[in-house]
Design a protein around this ligand. Structure first.
Ligand code: NBG
Length: 807
């Protein structure tokens, strides 16, 4: 890859001239006179224009070679920041840094001004962004489609231990990356009703009385490492149609005519902040339809312009449904082909089947999207009619396959019990369905999707998740990356499996010393951040034990914090005993309405106050909750982690991707055999991670046998529970204890925290014993780095491209 390390004088002069030009065009001043904000926008705009040029060239190539393209439909893309990533990918980080420096600006500071584009909740959205990066780097023609939420994932503040949410107004500084295409706006229709008739024997349908919404596309260009190819993410905003609702106007309904304006804009106002769980709200359904309808219309328009037919759509286009949220792709593509283009049902269905594929990202039943029939029909009358017909034909087919098996038919139906089941809609149509780790895919086959698997087992496959390691290692951990380049060469920048060249140095003390020093530097940087953000002083020589992810009961942050209290008690009992100092670091947002999750944050906060203020304890134990966990904060935390907590109850975490990011930065996993932890274990072996807890089949067996948490209660844990209700924490947590022991409203301890506690404490103890053997521990860390290559998103997108999209 070309790198403009030290720009030649001419290059440099050109770069300065180009930047000056952008600045005067946009702000009417030279860079010398510009404010820092103007300088930031100048650099971003310059980069965006560079990317736009490269995009045009790639687009031309795709058209001329008639290449097949993939469209990745996702309600979420957790983009994070773009400036550093783009400069790095374009090989311009050094040259722009040098030139801006001369002009009196620090690129470091400009990068820090950029807000995260937080158009996602967590793993699912971040995965989508990692895939866009890798698809581009690997040269695949790929377009992401999503919504340009005016407000992304909320900003989190902890006030008196309680999470509060504040709006994330990212567009103010973030919109420099977006290129709006007003002329390509399309109309999306909501509500109203359908009229059907036959015209010389042909079925006709009209949609009347609907509310029109104008969907406007905004492009965010995606650069890739080591390539000139540029892809894009198209984000739709909902706007009022130009002009008023003239019909309402002429009825004299002045207020209604204007009302629709605000209604339209509401649709793209805000990202729903619920992760792994559905809200069932009208606005959410409207968002999903906006995404699906606008994107499919634009895909079809572009395809038709080039080929003048849709018969070859499956040969030239792959459309991917990222989790059930965009499942409306199925009936909407049917509608467009039949109603707008005159295809017969059978022809349209065949095209849909061959074009659409689906990834499932969770087995949590509350996250499997379902819509009430009433709401669905009210908002999308024509789509509902098509969905009914899909269901009718499906049931006819199933009746033949499983005559009389009504239970099974009911379970597999797309419409049943007054609901439209979006996962079944995908299963009934898509040519391929995949899970996101070996274990997760197995659970889909054996469990929730078992009936569909039996019907057609060829359509099921696994693609284990991957991460854009150039962001998560190369950019966010320059110390380690620089050292690796010196030691094993720079092949790994292009091919992550080349990290294995590190393995022979497992016993090399000089190398291990270097790795320790690099980790320590990163820990110092994080310690500085913690001092500034939380006012807590932590020692970089303590173990940095990190749990960063959404707050969810199944992820068991509670297990971690209960164990911290257990350690606290041990220290209090034996203040002079040996203790390996530990800093527990948490970052987690709770969905706004998820009270139990917010109680857990409150508990972490209370425990941190207790622990950090106790003179007998605080030199040994520190607890830090970092507010507003997001991509850019993850980039600071991950390179500094010693221990990666991946402690979900087995069978619930579909894959996890934070586990991979931490691993490649040398953190050692403390985990259950869940999600991709299983595959991390295959890579590094038992001896290079800290495993504990029941396996997925043991969890299942215990549920079947009947689980009573009290049978697993140890005196140590009982003592911790007593602390939760005795007032020592400043407030009481009866609810939490109750949920683990006696929950009267549901199952007690639904995620088996009590059952796994003892083994978790054992594994934690082993960590405390191993860490002080610095070379042994660092050899484990080295092995994790060396073996992380397989979790590159490059590998994952290649699997999608070969086995699912056939690009
Ligand atoms: C999440 C899973 C994670 C997985 C990511 C990406 C949802 C619905 N699912 O385990 O919980 O890593 O998806 O696949 O957010």
């Amino acid at each position: 890859m070309k790198k403009k390390e030290c720009p030649k004088q001419t290059d440099k002069r050109e770069l300065i001239a180009a930047l000056q030009d952008v600045c005067t065009r946009n702000f009417g001043c030279s860079l010398e006179e510009a404010t820092e904000k103007q300088a930031y926008k100048t650099v971003c705009t310059y980069v965006r224009e560079e990317l736009a040029d490269k995009r045009r060239a790639f687009q031309k190539e795709i058209r001329e070679k008639e290449r097949k393209q993939v469209y990745y439909m996702s309600m979420e893309f957790l983009v994070g920041t773009s400036l550093r990533n783009n400069l790095y990918n374009l090989g311009m980080l050094d040259s722009v840094t040098e030139v801006m420096d001369e002009l009196g600006f620090s690129v470091e500071r400009l990068c820090a001004m950029e807000p995260d584009a937080g158009l996602g909740n967590g793993g699912l959205g971040r995965l989508a962004s990692c895939y866009m990066d890798s698809l581009t780097g690997c040269g695949y023609p790929a377009t992401g489609f999503s919504i340009r939420y005016e407000f992304g994932i909320f900003r989190q503040k902890i006030v008196d231990g309680w999470q509060m949410e504040f709006p994330d107004d990212w567009l103010d500084m973030g919109d420099v990356w977006l290129k709006t295409r007003e002329d390509d706006a399309v109309e999306v229709r909501l509500g109203g009703e359908t009229r059907e008739w036959t015209d010389n024997g042909t079925f006709r349908v009209a949609h009347v009385g609907y509310q029109a919404v104008r969907a406007v596309p905004h492009d965010l260009f995606i650069s890739g490492y080591g390539t000139d190819k540029v892809n894009k993410l198209t984000l739709w905003s909902a706007e009022q149609p130009k002009g008023f609702d003239m019909a309402a106007f002429s009825r004299g309904d002045y207020v209604r005519a204007l009302e629709s304006d605000t209604m339209a804009q509401t649709i793209s106002k805000i990202l729903y902040p619920a992760d792994d769980h559905i809200s069932g709200k009208r606005l959410r359904l409207q968002q999903q339809y906006l995404l699906v309808s606008a994107s499919l219309q634009s895909i079809l328009k572009e395809h038709y312009k080039q080929y003048q037919t849709y018969r070859n759509l499956p040969d030239k286009v792959a459309i991917h449904i990222n989790d059930t949220h965009p499942a409306l792709c199925v009936p909407e593509l049917m509608r467009l082909l039949m109603d707008e283009n005159g295809y017969s049902w059978d022809d349209a269905w065949e095209i849909c089947q061959k074009t659409l594929s689906y990834t499932n990202h969770t087995v949590m039943s509350e996250a499997l999207e379902r819509w009430s029939v009433d709401l669905f029909r009210e908002q999308l009358p024509r789509i509902y009619a098509i969905t009914q017909e899909i269901n009718r034909r499906l049931l006819a087919r199933l009746e033949k396959a499983y005559p009389g098996d009504w239970g099974r038919l009911n379970y597999m139906a797309v419409i049943g019990d007054g609901q439209v089941r979006m996962a079944n809609l995908c299963l009934a149509c898509c040519h391929t369905v995949n899970g996101v780790s070996q274990l997760h895919t197995q659970i889909l086959k054996d469990g929730i999707f078992h009936d569909y698997y039996e019907l057609d087992n060829d359509s099921f496959t696994n693609v284990t998740n991957g991460i854009a390691y150039r962001r998560w290692l190369c950019q966010s951990n320059p110390g380690l990356t620089g050292y690796l380049k010196e030691l094993i060469g720079d092949d790994f920048l292009k091919d992550a499996t080349a990290l294995e060249k590190l393995l022979p140095y497992r016993k090399n003390k000089d190398v291990l010393d270097h790795l320790m020093a690099i980790k320590r530097e990163n820990k110092v940087r994080l310690a500085d951040y913690i001092a500034k953000a939380n006012g807590i002083k932590v020692s970089p020589d303590s173990i940095f034990d990190v749990q960063i992810k959404r707050l969810h009961e199944y992820k068991r942050q509670l297990l971690n914090v209960l164990h911290i209290l257990h350690l606290y008690n041990q220290i209090k009992d034996n203040p002079n005993a040996d203790f390996t100092p530990r800093t527990f670091i948490f970052g987690a947002k709770a969905s706004a309405g998820y009270i139990r999750a917010k109680q857990i944050i409150s508990l972490i906060d209370s425990v941190s106050k207790l622990v950090n203020s106790d003179p007998q304890v605080r030199s040994k134990l520190k607890v830090v909750f970092l507010e507003d966990y997001k991509v850019s904060l993850a980039e600071i935390i991950i390179p500094a982690a010693d221990i990666s907590e991946q402690i979900s109850v087995a069978g619930k975490e579909a894959s996890g991707t934070g586990n991979m990011k931490l691993m490649i930065n040398g953190a050692v996993t403390l985990g259950t055999m869940d999600g991709a932890n299983v595959e991390i274990n295959q890579q590094v072996g038992d001896e290079n991670m800290f495993l504990f807890g029941m396996k997925a089949d043991e969890v299942e067996a215990l549920w079947r046998k009947g689980y009573n948490p009290r049978e697993f209660l140890t005196p140590e844990l009982e003592r911790v529970f007593n602390m939760l209700t005795s007032g020592v924490l400043g407030q009481n947590y009866y609810d939490l204890v109750d949920s683990l022991l006696t929950n009267r409203f549901g199952v007690a301890d639904g995620f088996m925290t009590v059952a796994d506690f003892q083994d978790y404490a054992r594994a934690q103890k082993l960590i405390s014993e191993t860490y002080p053997k610095r070379y042994d521990f660092t050899a484990m860390s080295l092995t994790n780095i060396a073996k992380a290559g397989i979790f590159s998103a490059d590998r994952a997108v290649k699997e999608y491209a070969d086995r699912i999209w056939h690009l």
